[in-house]
Design a protein around this ligand. Sequence first.
Ligand SMILES: Cc1cc2nc3c(=O)[nH]c(=O)nc-3n(C[C@H](O)[C@H](O)[C@H](O)COP(=O)(O)OP(=O)(O)OC[C@H]3O[C@@H](n4cnc5c(N)ncnc54)[C@H](O)[C@@H]3O)c2cc1C
Ligand code: FES
Ligand code: FES
Length: 491
Amino acid sequence: MTKSAGSIRFILNDRDIALTSVSPTGTLLDFLRLERRLTGTKEGCAEGDCGACTVLVGRLAGDDLVYESVNACIRFTGSLNATHVVTVEHLAAKDGALHPVQQAMVDYHGSQCGFCTPGIVMSLYGLWLSKDNPGRAEIEKTLQGNLCRCTGYEPIVKAAEAVGTIRPDSVFDPLMKARQDITARLKAIRSNETISIGDEAARLIVPGSAAALADVLDSYPQATVVAGCTDVGLWITKQMRAINPVIFINGIEELQSIEETQEGIVIGAGVTYSAAFDLISACYPAFGRLLDRLGGEQVRNMGTIGGNVANGSPIGDSPPPLIALGASVTLRSKGGRRTIPLEDYFIEYGRQDRRPGEFVESVFVPSLPDGELFSVYKVSKRRDEDISALCGAFRIGLDGGNRVQSARIAFGGMAGTPKRATQVEAALIGQPWNEETIKTAQAAFEQDYQPLTDWRATATYRMLAAKNLLMRFFLETAGERAELVRFEETA
Ligand SMILES: Cc1cc2nc3c(=O)[nH]c(=O)nc-3n(C[C@H](O)[C@H](O)[C@H](O)COP(=O)(O)OP(=O)(O)OC[C@H]3O[C@@H](n4cnc5c(N)ncnc54)[C@H](O)[C@@H]3O)c2cc1C
Ligand code: FES
Ligand code: FES
């Protein structure tokens, strides 16, 4: 695996691109602006927060062509093989007539300084392509990852509502018109061959399969695996870290399956939050609601649960619910596979149980038995697109006499790793599920956690909030309120 082989091939608007020389950490935004002079895509924050750099990336899902909004500022060019990149320049007709989404932004006064506008247009365009008449909640969800500091969102939402009544097949739309052609061109590019570009000083590798990934990691155990780039992107744009070689796994189909079995659900390491949303929401509604608050739409379209787990951050949002649900993680290497409880994967801050040559292949989440109570709460300064100060997940089983039979409670933001509250669990088990038990168990948080003070929250705040979340979980799952919660979750 020392010689270069292949090229990164994709379609940019209507042009075929084949790159034989690519920096492993070069961003799509720099490629567009600096190399292609497509300057409609803006740079605001360079960390995936503001959405000024939003473009659409189309990819084949089986035989289907799916377009999703992404942040070009943290997406590496090397991750684009066999995709269709669509920038704002592609929307207007050749005679300059604006696309209906752009025209609606004009008609409803959705732009003032205009810096955020191309990104907002691209996010709304992605929504317009995929949903008839979206409601206000869907529009707001689409715009979670687009910041506008002068217009205010009301005119933008009105523009989205208005254009939602016009369907793509009733007007000129460049992607509808070229759909079959683009699908055929992407199928022609798609291949299971491993791509390797560069030399020992700066190499990028795109393995063609999970087995090829295992081989590559065997040769380069120090390599950085990149799935959605939503953590790694910031290592480059903000921390200027040097990483080499870089292995892009977002195109490996075998890692992208999510399936329900009799025992639970198996989530491939390459499954994005957006792709996992429907099944997770159906099986564990509170977990689905949490995903709605993770990043913005662009981050959810790129970021993976595998990456969230592998990254090992103490404030990653998916580990607490996964641990409370009893999830396990499967690690694979050239030598085989091993499966461990997810809670054992997190050893200490910055250290996980991933051996050289191993990668995360999948996460298994057991089904929630009938009657077990489960919820998860994220506490952050902003509702949308904010990292948790703390995140707590609770799962309780009650016996026929309303006594706690089983308890699994896990928190992020309370220790150097996502961690179970074993003392709180012990204080609950065998006790009646009532307010007195909760008040006694609240004290046990002091034994389980010694949280830190940082810019997100003080240690005192975190401790108090954790105790209060246990009470909230009780109040939401006891008596009449419990019926209401169950009704909401199945309605
Ligand atoms: C604007 C913004 C908002 C965010 N908001 C949130 C939030 O609200 N909550 C939250 O939890 N996170 C948030 N994040 C962080 C990030 O989106 C998540 O951690 C995401 O799940 C990372 O997944 P990824 O696929 O992008 O990982 P990558 O960035 O590709 O990789 C992350 C780490 O995991 C490793 N890795 C990835 N896949 C594998 C694999 N299969 N095997 C071995 N190692 C692997 C990489 O080497 C790297 O160390 C946010 C990020 C941004 C930019
Ligand atoms: S520049 Fe702000 S999200 Fe990309
Ligand atoms: S129009 Fe100025 S930031 Fe949105």
